[in-house]
Design a protein around this ligand. Structure first.
Ligand code: HEC
Length: 160
């Protein structure tokens, strides 16, 4: 290989690594206020995608309410199997029956090392204005979602 190619290759690798590090550092820790800021301004969840088997408005079950949308960030959408990668965020908008009123926003955020006993998920329940109702490792959230540990606590999408 020519010397310039080696240098170019080295630079590409270095830049990729750097970009990865910067992105990871940009992400908040287990902090509900910082996470709210992140999902509403830094990387707005309304611009994310959906799991291919759960797109747009869907019927929901208790306790989350009759209608919902589950937005998934780019890191999550890259995951083809469980467990998903750290940095994955799912934001669930919970709506009224007539789909007009946004009632509650529930979030699952995978933070490496945060809670190894329960899939390293950080759980938050927000009101639509960002007020925090629950955050951290609530036994309720974990207990119910733990029915699908093999699917990484995710209920709306099936990893094959
Ligand atoms: C009684 C069971 C139960 C409890 C408690 C519960 N969930 Fe859920 N959750 C569900 C079900 C069922 C779904 C599937 C979607 C639906 O039917 O609304 C779901 C879906 C979700 C999703 C969409 C991502 C996914 O694939 O699972 C998020 C995010 C979520 N819940 C967050 C939370 C948070 C945060 C809490 C605690 C504040 C919580 N859940 C408590 C049953 C529960």
């Amino acid at each position: 290989m020519k010397k310039c190619c080696v240098i170019a290759l080295f630079l590409t690798c270095a830049l990729t690594l750097l970009a990865g590090t910067v992105m990871a550092e940009d992400m908040p820790g287990p902090d509900s206020a910082k996470l709210w800021e992140y999902i509403t301004t830094v990387d707005p969840y309304t611009e994310w995608g959906f799991w291919p088997d759960h797109e747009g408005m869907q019927d929901g079950r208790a306790p989350h309410g009759p209608k919902h949308k589950v937005f998934v960030n780019a890191t999550g959408l890259k995951c083809m199997m469980a467990p998903v990668m750290p940095g994955t965020i799912e934001v669930k908008e919970n709506y009224s029956e007539d789909e007009k009123e946004l009632l509650v926003i529930t979030v699952m955020y995978k933070i490496k090392g945060y809670n190894p006993d329960a899939g390293d998920w950080y759980w938050v329940k927000y009101m639509p204005d960002g007020t925090v109702k629950k955050a951290g490792k609530p036994a309720g959230c974990i207990g119910c979602h733990a029915t699908r540990v093999a699917n990484d606590y995710i209920l709306v999408h099936e990893f094959k």
